[in-house]
Design a protein around this ligand. Sequence first.
Ligand code: ADE
Ligand code: ZN
Length: 329
Amino acid sequence: MNIIEFIKKTPKSELHLHIEGTLEPDHMFALAKRNNIQIPFANVDEVKSAYNFSNLESFLKIFYQGSIVLVKEQDFFDLTSAYALKCKENNVVHTEIFFDPQTHVNRGISFDTVINGIYKALQKANKEFGLTFKIIMCFLRHLDEESGFAMLDQASAHKEKIVGVGLDSSEIGNPPSKFKKLFEKAIEKGFLTVAHAGEEGPPEYIWEALDHLKVKRIDHGVQCLRDKRLIEKLRNSQTPLTVCPLSNIKLRVFKKLEEHNLKKMLDQKLMVMINSDDPAYFGGYINKNLIACQAALNLSMNEVKTLLINSFKSSFLEEEKKREWISKI
Ligand code: ADE
Ligand code: ZN
């Protein structure tokens, strides 16, 4: 089997995926119509040409704007069902998805509407084709800690649906330490913790996520190679780094895929794997990320296998399940 066929056919796990980032332009249009919501685009082509970003901030503006078409539980259900089908197409058998409740609650949508739509769609996908899943609630780091505490209160009523909490949105100027108390409270309540760190922000933010937020995984983390002591720490602890290559190119963290540091991270024996982040905005789901990276970085079959195995190892699945999937790779 050639390497592309291998990538497509092998069972995969995905650990860094924002459900709002799977809203495809045609779906955005259909929902705008269904909910009678004005969006600043005349057609799907206009949406696509707006997806030309200069950095994280320029993307987030469009990303939050796109989310306003999501209003009813059915919308969140449909969005998540469409992503679940992409999982099936990509042979993703286990996914751990983020959702951003503040994006919705702050415009009058209830927390229950959001979580119930997402959860019911994933349950249906589990029944129909066996997709397993975990849901992680992200706090928007450009907002204050108090707003995060309100979300944590709401999440407590849905504890059986939400495995952990994360941190996303504008990184620079919003260090992990800003949310130390909130994450302490989340841990006390039994949530696992993860955080975006070192996407655009400095290695210090990765240190802070580890030391102050006690994270189990770092989302992105690609800036870690700028700090030798941090590399050693991440290697020794085998802390997972959920790298998103096509996202990094679209948001100009690296100029082109050939310059991405994923292979250097593998060479340093870091616990890295490949994810799609916001695939509707960044040009591709997980297989496309894997295939593009393999070609651009000339990854060997063994390196590709390591990436796929690392993803299961780093997941929040039970150890037995991890072993089962890894034995199939
Ligand atoms: N929200 C959605 N995608 C994100 C990313 N790549 N970084 C930070 N926040 C996000
Ligand atoms: Zn992300």
